[in-house]
Ligand binder design. Structure first.
Ligand SMILES: *[C@@H]1O[C@H](CO)[C@@H](O)[C@H](O)[C@H]1NC(C)=O
Ligand SMILES: *[C@@H]1O[C@H](CO)[C@@H](O)[C@H](O)[C@H]1NC(C)=O
Ligand SMILES: *[C@@H]1O[C@H](CO)[C@@H](O)[C@H](O)[C@H]1NC(C)=O
Ligand SMILES: *[C@@H]1O[C@H](CO)[C@@H](O)[C@H](O)[C@H]1NC(C)=O
Ligand SMILES: *[C@@H]1O[C@H](CO)[C@@H](O)[C@H](O)[C@H]1NC(C)=O
Length: 394
């Protein structure tokens, strides 16, 4: 800070000397801006016009304009910005009543650092990444981060200032507790945040990679699942991972599960003819207090199907598998217009067909009826003639 403060004074002295020696060069210095002053937002910020100017009247400019935010000028020439907000930032210059530059300063406004909220990820035994979120300060900020186990020396945690995290390597994993210390500093002050953590509880591998699920030819109920260690787990010979595989027919609520140390794994009870969802995650095998990784992305695969026989094998279907059946039917109606057109054609055909059938049946009935009537008529005539014959005197 003394460096910052002394340079404007120094420049002013130099300017004063050069001005008194060669008045014609004064203009060259007029807009020279030197030094930065930091002020707190929403407070009254005082800008001094160089050393005390008691007795002379001064004029202040902001960004080469005489329009200033809400302010007052004290008797010694200082400018007090009242309840300054972000719009009051800029380059301030004070001039004497001859229009000569006396002093200039750049004002930056913001907040002093606050406590950080820190969280740490431990993707393997050799690396810890701690990231943080902070209160917005509006000011350029520096961080000094270091860590240590109980009774150890502080070791640096390498800071990525843009993404606000630091990486610490080769921590002493056998230490039960580690402490991370981050000192945040800006133009208005500094704040130190401590956080303690247990590495063995935070240990959480990245999800397994290159997960592949395939059908097995000739087996309609089998799937073969293979995967690799996450690339962030370099020491897998020394620290094996336990893997947790889960799978289910698409639409089912219930997962089947397998635990395995080694890839690949074969599933023997897949539901023939159905699309299956498969996921896998990993955890340090030895350390049961550590965390499971996130699940790998869902993989969809169908077991091998014998396409020469039209009938699917009659595996029993547990009722659960149909619980989300309505979803499948809603998914089906994605293209309603096309399907509707098809349905309409079918309906018209059916109607035409039934009209034809109905007409044929009706005409047949009519023909039969007409013939029946004729026969009835004939019989009646015969009967009548027989009766006549009977009643004839013999
Ligand atoms: C800022 O200055 C004004 C006027 O001098 C005063 O009323 C106010 O209380 C001051 N505010 C702070 C936060 O000091
Ligand atoms: C000018 O006066 C104000 C009070 O009015 C004081 O805070 C400030 O330190 C003084 N500045 C200088 C440069 O003497
Ligand atoms: C003020 O004017 C000078 C030259 O006239 C220029 O170099 C400087 O950038 C200006 N400052 C601002 C904030 O506009
Ligand atoms: C003054 O200029 C700076 C950049 O040179 C800008 O950030 C600031 O908003 C300006 N202030 C005003 C009041 O125009
Ligand atoms: C950071 O802090 C450590 C200890 O807290 C200290 O030894 C080191 O010098 C600091 N580094 C910087 C760049 O300030």
């Amino acid at each position: 800070m003394p460096g910052l403060l002394s340079s404007p004074v120094c420049l002013t002295v130099i300017w004063f000397l050069s001005w008194s020696l060669r008045p014609s060069r004064a203009q060259i210095w007029t807009d020279e801006v030197s030094g930065v002053q930091y002020g707190r937002l929403e407070s009254n910020v005082t800008l001094a016009c160089g050393e005390s100017r008691t007795g002379i009247s001064v004029l202040w400019h902001l960004n080469n304009s005489s329009a200033l935010p809400w302010h007052k000028v004290t008797s010694n020439g200082s400018l007090v910005l009242l309840h300054a907000d972000l719009s009051a930032q800029g380059d301030y210059s004070c001039y004497d009543d001859h229009g000569l530059l006396l002093h200039s300063v750049t004002l930056r406004l913001g907040h002093p650092p606050g406590l950080l909220s820190i969280s740490c990820q431990v993707p393997n035994h050799a690396h810890v990444r701690c990231s943080w979120v902070e209160k917005e300060t509006f000011l350029p900020t520096k961080y000094n981060a270091s860590f240590r186990g109980l009774g150890e020396e502080w070791r640096p945690c390498t800071v990525d200032i843009t993404h606000k995290f630091c990486d610490l390597y080769q921590p002493a994993f056998w230490q039960p507790i580690h402490t991370l210390k981050i000192i945040e500093t800006n133009g208005l002050g500094s704040e130190t945040t401590f956080v303690r953590f247990k590495l063995h509880e935070l240990l959480k591998p990245d999800p397994p990679k290159s997960v592949v699920v395939k059908e097995i030819e000739g087996h309609s109920m089998r799937l073969i699942i293979s995967w690799d260690y996450p690339s962030s787990w370099p020491l897998h010979d020394a620290f094996p991972l336990m893997f947790h595989i889960r799978y289910r027919p698409q639409g089912s609520m219930y997962w089947s599960e397998i635990y395995s140390l080694d890839s690949p794994v074969v599933v023997f009870d897949a539901l023939a003819g159905h699309l299956h969802q498969v996921q896998i995650r990993g955890r340090d095998e030895v350390n049961s207090e550590s965390q499971w990784s996130e699940w790998s992305p869902l993989i969809l695969v169908r077991p091998w199907e014998d396409l020469t026989t039209p009938e699917p094998t009659d595996d029993y279907l547990p009722e659960d598998f149909w619980i989300t059946k309505p979803e499948t039917s809603t998914a089906k109606s994605h293209n309603p217009s096309l399907e509707d057109e098809g349905n309409l054609g079918l309906v018209i055909l059916l109607v035409l067909f039934s009209v034809v059938v109905l007409t044929t049946v009706l005409s047949l009935i009519f023909v039969v009826w007409v013939r029946q009537r004729r026969r009835d008529h004939v019989t009646i005539q015969e009967l009548a003639s027989m009766v006549k014959m009977k009643s004839m005197p013999i």
